[in-house]
Design a protein around this ligand. Structure first.
Ligand SMILES: Nc1ncnc2c1ncn2[C@@H]1O[C@H](COP(=O)(O)OP(=O)(O)OP(=O)(O)O)[C@@H](O)[C@H]1O
Ligand SMILES: [Mg+2]
Length: 450
């Protein structure tokens, strides 16, 4: 993991950084926020930022957001002062670590915020076969296209392939092509020179250069527009990229992984995806089966998620009852592993005592559903209060509430709503034009005014 520390290294933060180094992190340091931003713009990526709680955390977080640099921020401060911790979190830090540093706490926090735990839980022969193929192709530098329905674990698989590859120690850089507006994706991927366009105040290194000698994941690649597809093809064929406003191409050595939950052949047939690019990416395809087609994975996954969520809620010795397990095994899981994970998370929180019983398991479409989709005002969509509203009004509320619930994450919201990201984008554009406040990525958790 790449950890960027902002603040003077003397004293306690220095001790924290030594702990991080001892557990295998690559640590770099910047004296202040300006120096840190310069380093990030120059393509020195980080998986986590640790910042002295005395510095301007809110300023840092807003700069990261406006420059679309997606790195979790953890604040560190001396002592257990609740006020300092609360202020840090309110300013946008994800966690607060009290100093002097506790080795176990630092490890736990770094692992949690960087989502470093990438084990793929499996038992079903269908999944064992897929993993064997993944391990085999990991060793090569061939491009791999990971396909599967929403929530099957495509992103996790891409990280697994990188971690098992000879490039494991080099950077893994993920770009979600669906979450980034079309007009920004090019600069995100290829970077730009100072002055390339209004607002390009300094050179910004793109994700391709950041991933140099490592792996780039182009998540949801089917959402990339045709014009950019042509530039991507050139980057793959020539092993070089053009920064926007750049005078000459820049050589890059990057392995490409891509994911899609659309049928790519159909996208090609319908002219939305370049065939030549598809062939380039699709040297090897890994198809992840739906959870319903690997039923033996349900139990080990359920147990894994129980442990995960019990631990993060400070609950010990949680288990699941036989009846509840039978219920899980007979559910069709249209939302795949993500749906199972959400179901278990709720189950852990709702359980009375240390056993999760059927009463705490709420499944989509089972009548007792408190599904992941948040209906207007938190009530079920069948509620009487909907009468009198137009379908368009209800749709708008549902979309905005779901987006808010997903902290502005377009991909997740579209998955929960069961619509394409393009459709979601178009609706949001329409709402913005009507003056509705639309949660930006990373925003939400509070009800936005509709
Ligand atoms: N085999 C597995 N073992 C452990 N966790 C898993 C497994 N498969 C998926 N998950 C978890 O389920 C969630 C969804 O996985 P992931 O984001 O990789 O799916 P995806 O196919 O990319 O979904 P989407 O199409 O919605 O982007 C993640 O939290 C991931 O860690
Ligand atoms: Mg994904």
């Amino acid at each position: 993991m790449r950890l960027l520390i902002i603040g003077a290294l003397g004293g306690q933060i220095g001790a924290a950084s030594q702990i991080a180094v001892a557990r295998g992190s690559q640590v770099s340091q910047a004296e202040n926020i300006d120096a840190a931003m310069k380093s990030l713009r120059a393509g020195n990526g980080a998986d986590v930022i640790m910042i002295d709680s005395g510095l301007d955390i809110a300023g840092l977080v807003s700069m990261l957001e406006s420059e679309r640099i997606d790195v979790p921020v953890v604040a560190c401060g001396v002592g257990d002062d609740k006020g300092v911790a609360v202020r840090a979190i309110k300013s946008g830090a994800q966690e607060y670590i009290p100093l002097p540093p506790d080795a176990e706490l630092i490890s736990a926090v770094l692992e949690a915020v960087s989502q470093e735990n990438y084990s793929i839980i499996h038992k079903d022969p269908a999944m064992t076969k897929v993993l064997a193929l993944a391990k085999q192709v990991a060793k090569s530098t061939a491009s791999v296209l990971v396909v599967g329905d929403s929530g099957t674990g495509k992103e996790l698989m891409a990280r697994f392939i990188h971690n098992k590859s000879p490039r494991a120690k080099a950077p893994f850089v993920a770009v979600n092509c669906a979450d980034i507006p079309e007009n920004l994706l090019e600069s995100e991927l290829f970077g730009y020179e100072k002055g390339a366009f209004t607002g390009a105040v300094a050179r910004r290194i793109g994700k391709f250069e950041e991933a140099d000698s490592g792996t780039i994941l182009l998540d949801e690649i089917s959402e990339m527009d045709l014009r950019l597809q042509a530039k991507l093809l050139r980057a793959i064929q020539e092993h070089e990229i053009d920064r926007i406003g750049g005078k000459r191409p820049v050589k890059v050595d990057v392995r490409i992984l891509a994911t899609s939950n659309r049928n790519m052949e159909q996208e090609v047939a319908e002219g939305r995806f370049r065939e030549d690019l598809y062939f380039r990416l699709n040297v090897i395809t890994i198809q992840i089966p739906n959870l319903a087609d690997r039923p033996d994975d349900i139990e080990p996954l359920a147990k894994y998620f129980i442990e995960k969520y019990a631990a993060s809620n400070g609950l010990d010795g949680m288990r699941i009852s036989k009846e509840a397990l039978i219920q899980l095994k007979s559910h069709p899981w249209p939302g795949n592993v993500r749906e199972l994970e959400n179901t278990i998370h709720r189950g852990v929180l709702l359980a009375v005592g240390s056993e999760i019983k059927p009463a705490s398991i709420h499944l989509e479409g089972s009548g007792s559903s408190h599904g992941t989709a948040v209906a207007p005002n938190g009530e079920t969509a069948g509620g009487i209060h909907l009468v009198g509203k137009t379908v368009a009004e209800v749709e708008k509320e549902l979309i905005i509430d779901t987006l808010d619930h997903c902290l502005g994450n377009r991909t997740h919201a579209a998955n929960i709503l069961g619509i394409s990201i393009r459709t979601l984008r178009n609706k949001l554009k329409q709402y913005s034009a009507q003056g509705v406040t639309v949660p930006a990525p990373g925003e939400g958790g509070t009800k936005a005014p509709v």
